[in-house]
Design a protein around this ligand. Structure first.
Ligand code: 2DT
Length: 212
């Protein structure tokens, strides 16, 4: 138990409101892990490169309209289509740093008024992250950061609801980072917690599934 044969990469998810710095921090984290000799890849959801991802992308840029349930299931399908690749990468020892995951899926769709349990259901059986790093920022502060772009959901009132839903989803694998700190401090805190997690997974922590 815990032998070398069970060694694997860590599944690390970054979550937070729009403009909290997730994308910058995930890229820096992957670069830092690689510098320290770990193999790591940067992933993000939605993955807009697949055909499901293209439907999502068109919806987000307001080029198409979809029923709230339908788009929710597409976001979920977009994760399911990557599940087996995700598992094989982790088992081959690669740490995956994922910019948004099922928590975004539930927090955003339930902010539209969909039932939270309904939103969680299609995520059951996806791989559970070993660590969810939540970059915590008040929605007002996030809105000040260079403003939002033109995509759906990038509005203050909506982001406030999303923030409340994220709170409901918090669990034992979550670590909260104050995203208002200087970028370097966020980077350092994140790296420290991820290195810890990478070590535990190297030692053979078993993979588990949502919603555990
Ligand atoms: P980016 O701006 O990070 O590309 O996200 N979203 C994301 C959902 O509504 N459901 C999901 O499952 C995921 C992963 C969050 C695009 C937007 O899509 C939202 C912001």
């Amino acid at each position: 138990r815990g032998g070398k044969e069970d060694s694997r990469g860590a599944l690390v998810v970054l979550e937070g409101l729009d403009r909290c710095g997730k994308t910058t921090q995930s890229a820096r984290l992957v670069a830092n892990l690689e510098k320290l000799g770990h193999s790591a890849e940067l992933w993000r959801f939605p993955d807009r490169t697949t055909s499901v991802g293209q439907m999502i992308s068109s919806y987000l840029s307001n080029k198409s309209q979809l029923d709230d349930h339908t788009i929710h299931l597409l976001f979920s399908a977009n994760r399911w289509e990557k599940r087996s690749l995700m598992e094989s990468k982790l088992k081959s020892g690669i740490t995956l740093v994922v910019d948004r995951y099922s928590y975004s899926g539930v927090a955003f769709s339930s902010a539209k008024g969909l039932d939270i349990e309904w939103c969680k259901a299609p995520e059951i059986g996806l791989l559970a992250p070993d660590l969810v790093a939540y970059l915590d920022i008040p929605p007002e502060k996030a809105a000040e950061r260079g403003g939002y772009g033109g995509e759906r959901y990038e509005q203050l009132e909506f982001q406030k609801k999303v923030g409340q839903n994220y709170q409901v989803l918090r669990g034992p694998t979550w670590k909260i980072i104050d995203a208002c700190l200087p970028m370097e401090d966020v980077e350092e805190q994140l790296q420290e917690m991820v290195l810890d997690c990478v070590k535990t997974c190297q030692e053979g922590k078993p993979l588990s599934c949502l919603w555990s």
